[in-house]
Write a protein that binds this ligand. Structure first.
Ligand SMILES: [Zn+2]
Ligand SMILES: [Zn+2]
Length: 299
C-alpha cells in the first residue's frame, strides 16, 4: 500500500495539494490552473481518474480559482462548508460554470466528520475573513492529515488534529517586521495580522505538538512579507532552545511544488536526496547540533 501526499502550490498566488491512496485520491484546493494541476499529478504518478473528491477550504480565489474548469473535467463531488458554498454564488455572474460547481458541492457540517468513501473528513473552522472558512483533518485508515492555512489563530481543535496526524501543513504567512516594513496600507496590514498566522505564532505552538513521528510542512508564505529564509530563521531560533528537533520539516515555496511524500508500509520516503525510514527516525531523533545540520533538513 502506497500513500502519496504532496502540496503542489501554497501561497496567495494559488493553493493546491493531493492525497492519493489505494482507494482513490482527494484534491485539496483548486487554486492553480487545470493544466498545471494535471501536469503535477502526472509528475506525481497520480491519474485524474483516481480523484474521488475536491476539498475547498474557503471561497478566496487563491483556493478555488480554477474550480469551474476542473469540476467540468472531473465531475467529482466538491466538499466544503455551507458558507463556502454560499460564497461561490458571487462568482456566477462572471462565469456560469459556477452553477454546476454549486450543484456539485456537498456541505460539511462544522466539527462533525463526513464519511466519504474510505476517508473521514472533518472541518476545523478557522479565523479568517471568508464566511465558513475552515481547515481540514482527513483520516485515511489510521493515518491523519491536517491542512491549516488562512487563519489568524491556531485554535484548540487545530492542535488536536495536528497531534492526531502524521502529516500537517501549517501556515507561516508573514514575518511581522517584514510586514510592517512593506508598502501595504495600514488597514491591509491589520487585516493580514487578523486573518493569517505569522511565523512566530506558528512557532509558538510547536512545543505543544507531540513528538511522535510526524512530517510538518510550512506554507502559505507571503511573497512580499516572508521568505523561506525568514521561516528557517524562526525555526532555527526555536530549535536552539530545544534538546532535539523532533520532526521532518519542509517549507512549501510559492513558486515550485513541495516534495512528493510517500508512505509505503512502515517506510516514509520523499523525492529529494533524502530518504528516511520512520523507524530510524523514531530511534534516532535528530539531535540538534550545529546550525548547518538543521539547515540541511530543508531541501
Ligand atoms: Zn489563501
Ligand atoms: Zn483566504
Amino acid at each position: 500500500m502506497t500513500i502519496k501526499f504532496r502540496i503542489f502550490a501554497s501561497g496567495s498566488n494559488g493553493n493546491s495539494g493531493i492525497l492519493s491512496t489505494p482507494d482513490g485520491a482527494l484534491l485539496i484546493e483548486a487554486g492553480i490552473s487545470r493544466k498545471r494541476l494535471f501536469h503535477l499529478m502526472k509528475d506525481s504518478g497520480i491519474s485524474p481518474a483516481d480523484l474521488q473528491g475536491i476539498l475547498i477550504s474557503h471561497y478566496h480565489t487563491d483556493h478555488c480559482r480554477d474550480l469551474p474548469i476542473i469540476n467540468e473535467q472531473l465531475n467529482v463531488p466538491i466538499i466544503s462548508s455551507k458558507g463556502t458554498r454560499e460564497g461561490f454564488h458571487k462568482y456566477q455572474s462572471y462565469d456560469s460554470r459556477w452553477v454546476s460547481v454549486i450543484n456539485n458541492t456537498r456541505t460539511l457540517p462544522p466539527r462533525t466528520p463526513l464519511e466519504f468513501g474510505t476517508f473521514r473528513i472533518q472541518s476545523l473552522p478557522t479565523v479568517h475573513d471568508a464566511l465558513g472558512a475552515t481547515a481540514f483533518y482527513i483520516k485515511y485508515r489510521d493515518i491523519g492529515f491536517t491542512l491549516i492555512t488562512d487563519t489568524g489563530q491556531i485554535l484548540p481543535h487545530h492542535l488536536d488534529a495536528i497531534n492526531n496526524s502524521m502529516f500537517s501543513l501549517l501556515e507561516m504567512n508573514h514575518d511581522i517586521p517584514a510586514l510592517y516594513r512593506s508598502q501595504r496600507s495600514r488597514s491591509l496590514k491589520r487585516r493580514i495580522r487578523k486573518t493569517h498566522l505569522d511565523n512566530g505564532q506558528t512557532t509558538s505552538i510547536l512545543s505543544q505538538i507531540d513528538q511522535d513521528n510526524k512530517v510538518l510542512l510550512f506554507g502559505h508564505l507571503s511573497g512580499e512579507c516572508n521568505s523561506p529564509l525568514h521561516v528557517k530563521r524562526e525555526l532555527l531560533e526555536w530549535g536552539e532552545e530545544q534538546e532535539e528537533f523532533p520532526w521532518d520539516c519542509f517549507i512549501c515555496r510559492r513558486d515550485s511544488p513541495g516534495p512528493l511524500l510517500m508512505l509505503s508500509g512502515n517506510d516514509m520516503l520523499h523525492t529529494s536526496e533524502q530518504s528516511l525510514s520512520l523507524k530510524s527516525l523514531k530511534e534516532n531523533r535528530r539531535i540538534l547540533q550545529p546550525k548547518k545540520d538543521l539547515l540541511s533538513y530543508f531541501p
